[in-house]
Structures are given as structure tokens and as C-alpha cells.
Design a protein around this ligand. Structure first.
Ligand code: 13P
Length: 251
């Protein structure tokens, strides 16, 4: 059985006091949720404060990116070991906003993934096609390239530390969610890719999250799909009540 994951990617939002207020509001709303793992991913500067605020709760801490070196002359970077030190159990890598605005390539995603796994972090690897790629019928080719690029040199036993997030770029922040069927089709394809690379058991075990305009109104339908194991939520994770409603999709 794959345990569902509901993760909130806060992107470039929330100062320390706002972040602490958000998790303090969230904690009582999700404290009875045992059916899924709950993750929040704030900006680097508030990780330590949020870590203190969630101590003893069922909320886990993720960063939104990490570098591939442990330390050195790399001004502005943060290493996986430093994220662990700040209280993170998870890290997101390869988000489409990083690919789009910061020149992130599959090769860089692969280097970050290897480094983060080495530090014991569970990694949420983001993939997904743009609107132009979907309209040109290239969705599956893009997903294949992104999965094989990210996973190059990754061993089967490392898969337990990896969660894949399928986030079609055209659905992110647009209010235009993929339909349940579109998401399911892409998730089933990604699971098949993992089967080709690592075999059936690995494919059945890996969790694949959907991201892109997930809201309290559409989470149930998405979670009803056989290959959707959770959600990576942007905008709707910035308010305690809407994120809690997504976490509590089973109610
Ligand atoms: P939205 O939920 O705001 O569309 O963002 C999705 C996302 O990019 C999560 O990583």
C-alpha cells in the first residue's frame, strides 16, 4: 500500500511570523490525519522557525531546492546536509519554476537528487510538460526524458527515498487543473516508465503526486484515481483552512 502524501509548496511566500502563524493554524486542523503524510515546504530562511513550530506534530518539513555539493565556495547555495541540520526530512527538486526561470536541466536535477539522497533526505522530484509540449503531442516524450534524466545512475534501493511529482506546467497557478483522466493517464505512464527502469515492485511502490491548481474542490476526484498518490499544492497551501481541507480529503 502506498501511503498518500499531501505536500504544500509555499514558493516565495511567508516571512517568519507569517510562516509560524500558518503552521500553528494548520496543526490542530490536521492532527487527526493518519491516512497521509503531511509536508510543508517554506523558503530557506524560515525553515528553522517552522521546524520548531511543528515539533511533536504530524507535519514534516521540506526545502524547495538544494545544491549538490556538501560545502565549499558556492556563494548563495544551500547543501542537503544543511537542510537536514535545519530540520528537513524532505526536499523538492526540479520544480518547473526552477527549470523555467533558473535554467535547471535534467542533469542538474540528477546531481541534486543524488546528493540529497546521500544526506538521507526524501526527495520530491518534479516533472511535467508545458502547454506547447502537450499541444504538440509531446507529453509522453517529455516525461520519458525527464524521468530517465533525473534517475540516471539511481539504484533500485534508492527509490524508497524518492517521490515523483507530476506537475503539468500549464496547470500551475492557472486555475486550470488537469482533469482526473488527464492526470491519471500521465501518472500511469510515469509508473510504467519506472517499471521499465526498475521492475514491477519498484513501480508499485513509488508514490506519484499530482500538482497544478489543486484545491479543496478537486482533490477528491484526483485522489480517486488509481495512480495518483497525493498532491503537491501551491497557492492553496498558503492558507491553513484550504490546505487542511486538502489534507482531509478523506472526510
Ligand atoms: P498551484 O497549486 O498554485 O497551481 O502550484 C502548484 C505547484 O507548482 C506546486 O509545486
Amino acid at each position: 500500500m502506498r501511503k498518500p502524501v499531501i505536500a504544500g509548496n509555499w514558493k516565495l511566500f511567508k516571512t517568519t511570523s507569517e510562516a509560524v502563524e500558518l503552521v500553528n493554524g494548520l496543526k490542530p486542523l490536521v492532527n487527526s490525519a493518519n491516512h497521509c503524510e503531511i509536508i510543508v515546504a517554506p523558503v530557506f530562511t524560515v525553515l528553522t522557525s517552522v521546524n520548531q513550530a511543528i515539533s511533536g506534530s504530524n507535519i514534516n518539513l521540506s526545502a524547495q531546492d538544494c545544491f549538490w555539493e556538501e560545502e565549499g565556495a558556492f556563494t548563495g547555495e544551500v547543501s542537503p546536509r544543511m537542510l537536514v541540520d535545519a530540520g528537513c526530512s524532505h526536499v523538492i527538486i526540479g520544480h518547473s519554476e526552477r527549470r523555467q526561470y533558473f535554467g535547471e536541466t535534467d542533469e542538474m536535477v540528477n546531481k541534486r537528487l543524488k546528493a540529497a539522497l546521500k544526506s538521507g533526505l526524501t526527495v520530491i522530484v518534479c516533472i511535467g510538460e508545458t502547454l506547447a509540449e502537450r499541444e504538440a503531442n509531446n507529453t509522453f516524450d517529455i516525461l520519458r526524458t525527464q524521468v530517465s534524466g533525473a534517475m540516471a545512475g539511481i539504484a533500485a534501493e534508492d527509490l524508497k527515498g524518492i517521490i515523483i511529482a507530476y506537475e503539468p506546467v500549464w496547470a500551475i497557478g492557472t486555475g486550470r487543473t488537469a482533469t482526473d483522466q488527464q492526470a491519471q493517464e500521465a501518472h500511469a505512464f510515469i509508473r510504467r516508465l519506472i517499471m521499465e527502469l526498475y521492475g514491477a515492485d519498484a513501480a508499485q511502490g513509488i508514490r506519484i503526486l499530482y500538482g497544478g491548481s489543486v484545491k479543496p474542490e478537486n482533490i477528491k476526484g484526483l485522489m480517486g484515481q488509481p495512480d495518483i498518490d497525493g498532491a503537491l499544492v501551491g497557492g492553496a497551501s498558503l492558507k491553513a483552512d484550504s490546505f487542511a481541507a486538502i489534507v482531509n480529503y478523506d472526510k
